[in-house]
Design a protein around this ligand. Structure first.
Ligand SMILES: *Cc1c(COP(=O)(O)O)cnc(C)c1O
Length: 365
């Protein structure tokens, strides 16, 4: 048996004629920076997210950085981030010169625990940056309520949550600005780096659009010190093709999750918990176990690929050693990092393979 964690080429094989046609269209058009293809994707992505505006960017990390910059968050400011997240969330805050202030997760959902946020607010706090981890929406209403009461902005990291819904409404405009990654392995992925922001705030969208293009609206006229972080037309064209399949692919992810959740119910594994207000898109299917290493090596020996999301929490990375945070200062993030393991999940995973993985785990736990 050979089941990779993710067959990254499967989306291309499925949609090859349409993707080849889209890429050829861009190459023949002679338009290689911004332009009609990027604008068309921005319009389609905004519509998909029920958002007023989308701005295409070079990657998800830049989406976070430029969202923070557009909100004028920088040195001397603090931004509340989850202790349990991919490090990009923290790095974006550091990159603009602000300080990431970690808040522990709700251990049931692994997402930031809104009841812990208020204790972390100081006079320097400017924003809350929830992450919709593994494709499961964070509990946004209490977060938005806290932000409102303390006059804070809400920047969402939706890099794993394309199409997810919170209380029936698509992720994309709950907070002030929502940051997307189209890294190849994400639920909607380009064949290279790509990202975007969505927002209902036209002025904010415009600010990001100017920042991504050297701070310029008009060629050779620079209003602010921007960067080059433009979405490439080739990626925009590919994303337009793939977007048409996203909901269908998400349904297949849901099916895989359902099989796992049913088959593993009576094992000792702690399975993903989905609150009734959440409609996750299963970017990852993450289970917890105190014998994680044993499961990992058993699955590996059976030819099943697994990954750990994430093995070292940001506060324990050398990159943040200067903060001097002890491991036990964020015990939940620490604990999740030592117990989580992600099982293969993708639209292209065969049902028999999902069942085979579940059988191995049932046998073992
Ligand atoms: C992938 C990811 C990012 C970064 O996106 P890139 O496009 O790789 O820069 C940020 N946050 C989270 C939670 C992610 O999963």
């Amino acid at each position: 048996m050979k089941i990779p964690f993710l067959d990254i080429g499967a989306t291309y094989r499925e949609l090859k004629p349409e993707i080849d046609e889209a890429v050829a269209r861009v190459l023949s058009s002679g338009w290689y920076i911004l332009g009609p293809e990027v604008e068309a994707f921005e319009a389609e992505w905004a519509e998909y997210c029920d958002a007023g505006h989308a701005v295409g960017l070079a990657n998800g990390m830049d989406a976070l950085i430029l969202a923070l910059r557009a909100l004028e968050i920088g040195p001397d400011h603090e931004v509340i981030v989850p202790s349990n997240t991919y490090i990009a969330t923290w790095l974006a805050v550091s990159e603009v010169g602000a300080t990431p202030v970690p808040v522990e997760p709700d251990p049931a959902t692994h997402n930031i625990d809104p009841t812990r946020i208020e204790k972390a607010i100081t006079p320097r706090t400017r924003a809350i940056l929830p992450v919709h981890l593994y494709g499961q929406p964070a509990d946004l209403d209490p977060i938005l309520d806290i932000a409102h009461r303390h006059d804070l902005r809400v920047v969402e990291d939706a890099a794993q949550a394309h199409g997810a819904r919170y209380k029936g409404k698509r992720i994309g405009v709950h907070g002030d600005i929502v940051c997307w990654s189209f890294y190849p392995g994400k639920n909607l992925g380009a064949f290279g780096d790509a990202g975007a922001v969505t927002t209902n705030d036209a002025a904010l969208a415009e600010k990001v659009a100017v920042l991504r293009n050297y701070g310029s609206r008009r060629k050779y006229v620079n209003e602010v010190q921007g960067v080059n972080s433009r979405l490439d037309p080739i990626h925009a064209a590919v994303l337009r093709v793939k977007l048409a399949s996203l909901d269908r692919w998400t349904d297949r992810r849901r099916k895989v999750a359902k099989i796992y959740s049913k088959a593993l119910k009576s094992t000792n594994l702690i399975l993903p918990h989905v609150p009734d207000w959440a409609d996750p898109v299963w970017h990852l299917y993450v289970v917890r176990s105190q014998i994680r290493e044993q499961l990992e090596s058993r699955l590996t020996s059976e030819g099943v690929g697994t990954l750990i999301h994430y093995p070292i929490p940001p506060h324990m990375q050398d990159a943040y050693s200067y903060m001097g945070l002890a491991p036990e200062s964020l015990p939940l993030a620490q604990r999740l990092a030592s117990e989580v393991i992600s099982l293969p999940i993708s639209p292209h995973l065969a049902e028999k393979d999902v069942n085979a993985i579940a059988d191995i785990l049932s046998d073992r736990t």
